[in-house]
Design a binder for this molecule. Structure first.
Ligand code: DOR
Ligand code: ZN
Length: 440
């Protein structure tokens, strides 16, 4: 196995010669930091930031950024890039290009691929594939559905072999599904407690898809409606709330670092808020679709707004925005989950695959309602800290990607302008603010 070192860059060209330096100077932009915007120039030489402030140097390229805001490459800690196994839906290369076009240059990919990321060889294979992708830094969650996967994960975490240490650097934690979703990766129920205990001991963050299998099964049994809108009824908010509550009891018992994936409901949010008040090590993310789409959208979008957990009510949307404003919600992560249009539209609506793309549209959706500093927290600082991704941001010595955004542009989202292989968006025609001008 060979994996490139994270954040490294080559000083020598392959033929041994010293390559020519390339420099880019970005003049006059507003750099978004945790403490608000700061007007400064940035000089990047051979991929590394060498000056931030008033920079008078010449450079190979000078970008005039007056009036633009500047983010470090954003982080989306929840995507499904589908490779290997589902390349007809998407590839790492296609989705990395989509991410970059939307200002996202680091993502954490989920294990529900084929093969699933539940073995060392599956993880190594993904890391090798990702090393050929230049648009985006791709990290991976390890999946655990049965005891053998947990044993493998423990081996990976404690190994002293150079190869496994290098591999572990690409693994950002464990993904658990408490109920089935795309890829059928539901964890065996009797294993859940053991995983929380082991991850607490080894300091491995758990990210979980929180829906309760019993509640969902009962709701599905009671349902006779075939309309796609029934999807929100057969996976109800009480399912999410119950699942989060159960997980939080284990967090309280073992002290596991626990992250709630794609929080969708006010009820779920209330449990997270209470656990935070009690000082439990819990964090959470919300997806843009749960902020701006609701059950009212089934009429227009049909299966194009079918995902797990499902869209909720408009008052859930508002509660989630409020959760961002009061700091209960730590991250925005897109759950970017491309399926082909044919797959979404074939057969009975309730059998259509769940999942929507979103990595390229997240930033503009957020800029429509939030201050840039808040976005910096949600899509850089917090995911970087929670999953220990090692990004340094826009400081001297950092190899950060630099995202230049015109915040004043008002435009509509159109699939024709996007880069995901799936070629559709649930946000078609949506009025948003802001446009990524360049990522350098
Ligand atoms: O809507 C979803 N799509 N939710 C998931 O949990 C999985 C995802 C996918 O992989 O398609
Ligand atoms: Zn997901």
């Amino acid at each position: 196995m060979f994996f490139p070192a994270i954040s490294g860059w080559d000083f020598f060209a392959l033929d041994g010669s010293i390559p020519a330096m390339t420099s880019i100077l970005i003049k006059g932009g507003s750099i978004i930091t945790e403490n608000g915007p700061v007007r400064a120039d940035i000089l990047k030489v051979d991929g590394v930031i060498t000056k931030v402030g008033v920079v008078e140097d010449t450079a190979d390229e000078v970008i005039q950024a007056l009036g633009y805001i500047i983010f470090p490459g954003l982080i989306d800690c929840h995507v499904h890039f589908r490779e290997p196994g589902y390349e007809h839906k998407a590839t790492m290369k296609s989705e990395a290009a989509s991410a970059r076009a939307g200002g996202v240059t680091c993502v954490c990919d989920m294990p529900n691929t084929d093969p699933p990321t539940v073995t060392i060889s599956a993880l190594s294979d993904k890391v090798r594939r990702a090393s050929e992708v230049t648009d985006c830094d791709i990290r991976f969650f390890f999946g655990v559905t049965s005891a053998i996967h947990l044993a493998t994960l423990k081996d990976l975490w404690v190994s002293t072999s150079d190869e496994l240490i290098a591999l572990k650097a690409y693994c950002c934690g464990v993904k658990l599904y408490f109920d089935h979703s795309t890829g059928d990766q539901k964890i065996e129920e009797e294993l859940i407690e053991t995983v929380f205990e082991a991850c607490a001991e080894l300091n491995i963050p758990i990210i979980a898809h929180c829906e309760d299998p019993q509640v969902n099964t009962e709701a599905a049994k009671a349902n006779i409606d075939e309309d796609v809108a029934a999807h929100s009824i057969i996976r109800p908010t009480k399912s999410e709330a119950k699942s989060i509550k159960k997980a939080l009891a284990l967090v309280a018992q073992f002290g596991t670092a626990f992250h709630v994936a794609h929080l969708s409901s006010k009820r779920g949010l209330e449990f997270v808020a209470k656990a935070k008040e009690e000082g439990l090590p819990v964090t959470c993310e919300v997806a843009p679709h749960h902020l701006v789409l609701s059950t009212l959208d089934y009429k227009k979008l049909g299966t194009l707004c079918k995902m797990n957990p499902p869209v909720r009510s408009v008052s859930d949307n508002e509660a989630l925005w409020q959760g961002i404003e009061d700091g209960t919600i730590d991250c925005v992560a897109t759950d970017h989950a491309p399926h082909t249009l044919e797959e979404k539209q074939a057969g009975k609506p309730l059998d259509a695959p769940s999942g929507v793309p979103g990595v390229e549209t997240a930033l503009s959706i957020l800029l429509t309602r939030l201050q840039p500093e808040t976005i910096h927290k949600l899509m850089f600082e917090n995911p970087n800290r929670i999953f220990d991704l090692g990004k340094q941001g826009l400081v001297v010595g950092s190899d950060a990607d630099i995202v230049i955004v015109d915040p004043t542009v008002k435009r509509q989202i159109h699939a024709a302008d996007l880069h995901s292989k799936c070629d559709w968006t649930p946000f078609e025609g949506k009025e948003v603010r802001g446009e990524v001008i360049r990522v350098v």
